[in-house]
Every structure is written in C-alpha cells, then in structure tokens.
Design a protein around this ligand. Structure first.
Ligand code: AMP
Length: 591
C-alpha cells in the first residue's frame, strides 16, 4: 500500500469537523486496507506505532525535525527557520518546502507504507551515542521521497501531534461500518475496552469478523480501560438511584493502579495505561507476597502514608516531592499503601461481567491483608443516616469522600465507561455549589504586573466524548502559588500549538494555545449559561454553552488523568441541572 493513500485520507479528515463525515471517510478507507496492514494503519491514524499502553518513543524534538526538513530540501536553514516562525507547525513547513522542491527532485521513489513503517520503527528504536543523527537521517530519507501532503503527515507523526481528529470512538464507529457490523458496535467497543488495543481489534475484525472480536477478553499483562464513576450531590439521590441499598466504600485520595499479577511478575498500570511498576516497588512487593492464586488483575488506590503519624496523605504532596527530589527519596520517606477495591480477572475467570459482590469476594478470598495492602473499607447501607455516618468516618480517616456501588445483579465492571453503577460523593459536593472539576489547559494569557514574564491565566476546557472535541468552560487565574506559576511554562512547552487545537471548539481568544494534555483540578462556585464558552454546546440551544464561575485551582495537577478523562460535557450539564433544581436563585433557564 502506498503511504499516499493514508496521507490523502488524513487530509480529508482534517478538512471536516463533522464526526459523521469523519466516520464515513475512515470506513471507506478501512474497507480498502488489507487485513494484514489494518492494525498499523489504525495506529498511524492516531499518530502512533503501538497500542495505547505501550510507551511511545517516536517523538522527535522540533529542532531535529527541522534539520531533517533542511537536509531533505537542501534549502537554506535560515529560510526554513523563518518559515517555521511564520507557520508554527512543522507539518506545514515540511509541506511548503516539499512543494517548492517538487520539480527539481527527479529521482524520488514513491513511499510505501512498509518503508514508512520501517523507518518510523527505526526512529523509535534508535538508541545510544549517534541516535540523534540516525533519527534525522531516517526522517530525511522519507522526506526526500515524500510529496508535500505526505511530508505534512510524516512530520506531524514524529512531532506526536497528528491533529486529524480521529478519536478512538470515531475509529470504532468506522470499523463497525466498514465491516458491516454496525449492530455489533457494543461488542467492538468492549473488545477495545478490555484490550486497550484498537489495532488488534481492527485486525481481528478484518480477519475473523465479529466472532473474532468477541473472543478478545481480559488478559493479564494487557491493561483494561478503567471503569469510571458518575457523581450525585446528595445521599438521598444516591440511595434512590441504587435501589435503596448499596455498598459504600471510602474514596481514597491517591493514584489508581491496575495490578497485573502473574507467576513471574507484577505489573502496575495507571488509569492512563502507563506502566507504573518502577514507581511503586513497595506495592509490587506487597501484592506479590499477599496473592495466593496463579494470575490476577486487581485494582486499588495507592496512598502515601506519613511515617511519623501513620496518617494517609494527599497524593499531590508526594507527586510534588517526586518532581523535586526524585523517586527513591519519595519511596523511602513516603511508603505507599494500596487499598484494593476491585478484581477484573482471577486465575482463569474473566470477572468483569460478574456482579460487584462476586468480584469483591474473589478479591478477599485470594489476597491476604498486610501492612502495605488492605481492602478498601466497605459497608452495606440502606438508610441515609447510616450513609452519612460512613461518610463522616471517611473524612476523619483522611479520605476525600465515598464511593457508592451498586449491588444489583447487573453491577458488572463497566470497562472504559462512566455510569451510575459507581457514584462518587465528595466533601465538596455537599451543601452549596462548591464542586470540583478536572479541566484541561487549552490556552493561556500573558501575565501582567506581578505575573510579568509568566502566564497570568489559563483557558480551561471540558471534553465531549460524543464528538471527541474539547470545549472551553472558564478562564482560570486564581489558586496559583508562585512555585506553580514558575513550573507552568515548562509543563506546557511540549504541548504548544500555533493556534487553537483542531480538537478545540472555542469562541474565546488566547495569547498562547496548547494541545489538550494537562488536567488541573478546579473548584467552582457556580455553573452558568454563557454566550462565550462552548462547554456542552450541542446539548444546549444554539450559541450557548456552560461556564464555571469563580474558578479556583485546588493545587492538584491530575497527572493520573489524560485529557480525554477530564470532566465531560454531559457531566457538567447534569451538574448544572442539579444546581438549578436545588438553588433558590433559579440560575436562569433550565435545559
Ligand atoms: P475521580 O478521580 O474524582 O473521578 O474519582 C474516581 C477515582 O476515585 C477512581 O478512578 C479511583 O482512582 C478513586 N478511588 C478511590 N477510592 C476508590 C474506591 N473505593 N473505589 C473506586 N475508586 C476509588
């Protein structure tokens, strides 16, 4: 297959923002791809070479890419540099340069997908002393033979910013449509959720049809996309929603870990599917020594403990320390306890489709509690009074609230999904409208006065999983301390973009723009309807969005959440509706 076919598909994808149109472009394309090539084609469409849980090492520094563009074109470095200053996007620079060079390059060979993959894999694998030169040479060789359009996407791929907007859900829709199994879309999504490998799902569908996809199950060593919780703001609502009786657990304020235990190793994955094994040697040891079976996948929250007082500490304190002093000190000074709360596989059994109580029993029967490993504190309640008591005891124990869990027959582990089988209830949800949100940084404003030379405020967004877009929700300027303000530019540098991200829907202006990547926890006093923000647009009358008023940074960078896992548009709308139904002010119209 020629790389040109991929590049022209990406170009068509980029020129539309309609999800339906993207789906149909991708479906037409997937239909023409050989089964043996589909896996890689799907990864590449997301700007990657591997499934989500494999750490990508493909990214090249901008300067190195620039050097490859110069070498391939033999143009003056200063000329290409100026172009970069003007365009801001290396893909656009490479495209322009290739267009200028096109007539003079008589000896170029058409680029095949195979060749592109071979070179990209070598770029990924380059190590050691001359690795930089080697990477530049490999990219130069591709650019030498690339058309302007191909040059655009080759450079975007190695910058790690494809910007064609093909979210995983759109790719799954397109696969279902391409292979004529739209009615089995749910099975395809489940296969993706349990394997976290969209390429493997695509290949299996192309080779073995929907039966192949149904055969993809939970495997030790392959992280499962986590189940997520909804939220409600009163215990009455929670109990009613869960049928008058439910399990309550402490909600520990730590970092979620999915542990994959086999006979020879224990691997820990974050909620973003990153491999965290090296970060928690103490947790690995606790799991190894307390597990009595052969193989399992269990989930829990890792919480640092203060050695002197034995109290649980907010995870942020340790994350901060780690950035400053390094991992070893953090492990020594703040040992971590893991509080296990779920079981996704036990020996041969896939537990994800079993009810919650069975999963909890499997956990308790196959692992033993120890100093560093405990089961999450749990109580079954059927009255608001009992629930409130449990909530108070959670706060006293240093937790941020409670998780209410359904005990119904259908209380499965809903991989990769947010739903009302788990409902979170935190301290800040009670009483007034002090709610916390996890918002993504998409823009920034140049600081003035005391913040001169730094960012003065940030433009924040929520995520809309339906469209894959980010939507602005507030300008955030308070709650920053000096240390955080100083840290921000470094944190954001790698995510800079020349204008609003292609994944952002905005009516706001900003001085600096970023690809959605960094998530901050923000408290807000009220949610209101706004003509300037776009959050939940599409769910509201045309031209209006939702805004978080009086936002304040809590000090918590949500390293554990990817941009797609930020507060979503529907969640915000539900909170807005809850707020208008309880507040006296009647906060304008209800939707
Ligand atoms: P949030 O991050 O606010 O969306 O809340 C959900 C997170 O709470 C989960 O992803 C877990 O990391 C964490 N958590 C803490 N304790 C529990 C528990 N007992 N059950 C489930 N999740 C928990």
């Amino acid at each position: 297959m020629l790389y040109e076919e991929l590049a022209s598909t990406y170009d068509r994808l980029e020129s539309t923002s309609s999800r339906l149109e993207m789906t149909s472009i991708l479906a037409d394309f997937f239909r023409q791809v050989e089964a043996s090539e589909l896996r890689q084609v799907v990864y590449l469409t997301q700007g990657k070479l591997n499934p989500d849980h494999v750490t990508e090492k493909l990214g090249m520094a901008d300067k190195m890419i620039l050097k490859a563009i110069v070498d391939a074109s033999r143009l003056q470095e200063s000329y290409v540099n100026d172009l970069w200053m003007k365009e801001g996007d290396l893909g656009a620079v490479a495209e322009k340069v290739a267009a200028e060079r096109v007539q003079t390059n008589l000896f170029s060979q058409p680029l095949t997908l195979d060749r592109v993959l071979t070179n990209l894999r070598s770029i990924e694998g380059a190590e050691g002393k001359n690795s930089q030169t080697k990477r530049i040479r490999l990219l130069t060789s591709l650019l030498h033979d690339a058309s302007p359009l191909e040059s655009r996407y080759l450079c975007r791929t190695v910058t790690g910013r494809m910007r064609v907007g093909a979210a995983s859900m759109t790719i799954l829709d397109a696969l279902a449509s391409a292979f004529g199994v739209k009615e089995d879309r749910q099975d395809i999504e489940r296969a993706f959720n349990v394997s976290s490998d969209i390429g493997a799902v695509a290949e299996s569908l192309a080779r073995d049809g929907i039966e192949g996809v149904r055969g993809i199950d939970v495997q030790v060593g392959r992280p499962v996309r986590s189940m997520l919780a909804e939220r409600l703001s009163s215990m009455e609502e929670i109990l009613t929603k869960l049928g008058g009786r439910c399990a309550l657990e402490y909600k520990y304020d730590g970092i979620r870990v999915q542990a994959h235990i086999s006979e020879d190793e224990v691997k820990l994955y974050s909620r973003r599917l990153e491999d965290l094994t090296a970060n928690f040697p103490d947790v690995v040891e606790s799991l190894r020594s307390s597990f009595k079976g052969q193989a399992a996948i269990v989930e829990g929250e890792c919480v640092p403990v203060d050695l002197k007082t034995g109290r649980l500490l907010p995870f942020q304190e340790v994350a901060h320390r780690r950035r400053k002093f390094g991992m070893e000190e953090a492990v020594r000074d703040y040992p971590v306890k893991i509080f296990l709360f779920d079981c996704l596989r036990m020996d041969e059994a896939d537990m994800t489709l079993r009810p919650f109580s069975e999963r909890r029993t499997a956990l308790e029967e196959n692992l033993e509690e120890s100093e560093g490993l405990l089961f999450s504190r749990l109580e079954i309640v059927d009255s608001v009074a009992e629930a409130e008591d449990f909530f108070e005891s959670a706060l006293v124990a240093g937790c941020e609230g409670i998780m209410a869990k359904s005990l119904a027959e259908n209380s499965v582990y809903r991989t990769g999904n947010r739903g009302f089988l788990w409902i979170k209830y935190k301290k800040d949800y009670r009483g007034d409208l002090n709610d916390s949100f996890d918002l993504v940084i998409v823009g920034a404003y140049t600081g003035k006065g005391k913040r001169k030379g730094l960012y003065g405020a940030l433009l924040m967004a929520v995520h809309d999983p339906e469209t894959g877009m980010f939507q602005t929700v507030c300008k955030l300027g308070s709650g920053f301390d000096d240390a955080f303000l100083a840290e921000l530019p470094g944190m954001l540098e790698g995510h800079r973009s020349s204008g609003p991200s292609d994944l952002l829907s905005t009516r706001m202006e900003a001085d600096h723009w970023f690809e959605p990547a960094i998530v901050l926890e923000v408290m807000g006093a009220e949610i209101s309807v706004s003509p300037t923000h776009t959050a939940a647009e599409g769910l509201l009358p045309e031209g209006s969005g939702l805004a978080v008023r009086f936002p304040r940074f809590t000090g918590k960078v949500r390293d554990d959440k990817s941009a797609e896992q930020a507060t979503n548009a529907t969640e915000l709308l539900t909170m807005y509706r809850g707020q208008t139904s309880t507040s006296d002010s009647g906060a304008s119209a209800k939707f």
